[in-house]
Design a protein around this ligand. Sequence first.
Ligand code: NAP
Length: 244
Amino acid sequence: MKRILLLGGVTEALAIARTLGPEHLYSLAGVGRVPTDLTCQVRVGGYGGAEGLAQFIRDEGIDLLLDATHPYAAQISQNAATAAQVTGITCWALRRPAWQPQPGDDWREVGDWAELIESLKPFRRPLFTLGREPLQHLHEIPPEQFWTLRALDVYPGNERCEIIGARGPFLLEDERELFERRQIDVLISKNSGSTATEPKLDVARERGVPVIVLRRPELPAVDREFGSVTDVLTALIPEPPQNL
Ligand code: NAP
């Protein structure tokens, strides 16, 4: 029987974790909620880089590393690929397909924070949905802009920025109300590909609001890539014996 180390932190990873028996491990960085109702073991916290992860794989007798982390969590994905390689075990990855622009969308892709700030210049009331990164830049907000920043938790803002703490899934009606009440004129987003956060894109399209999209990071090659939880679960079910 293979022993699986599942690297998670997103909804799909939790869905896979719910199907795993007690010999398997579900691994979380410790930034979000930790489930307490799983049959598999739950491990919280980093490993100390690829070397630490490789040591853990050896110590725990892991046979299969399954990377089901967020598409922008590039460091842990790289560590996973490296650790699997040096320990000689198989590495699979669940890679959520990216959102694709629809007719009527005005998407502008940027590669980093400097490009993002440049692309924001024509706008006055941006809505940031990138996580915590903008928190480091609150003192740089130009006087003509007022930022709305949505993150998992509430943080203090300032006179040029209000911070909303909220966790998805987000409803279309609530997103409409948010854009209207705050008169959002540009949305900033990662391309997470998650259905839980997609309604903001629908509202941007409805209102003709441009979307500044932070480009997805490069992720390492693995032994096998999957696009959905179902595909992963199908691959995890052992083949029936041929002679039955
Ligand atoms: P990251 O930059 O790729 O990883 C930073 C470090 O956090 C890793 O080097 C590792 O520490 C530790 N780590 C990350 N995921 C881990 C896991 N599943 N189990 C154990 N340790 C883990 O990741 P991030 O962007 O900070 O995201 C952290 C976690 O939040 C990820 O698990 C991801 O799935 C989840 N998440 C991220 C985003 C996002 O936008 N980035 C959004 C939603 C959820 P060591 O080097 O010490 O092992």
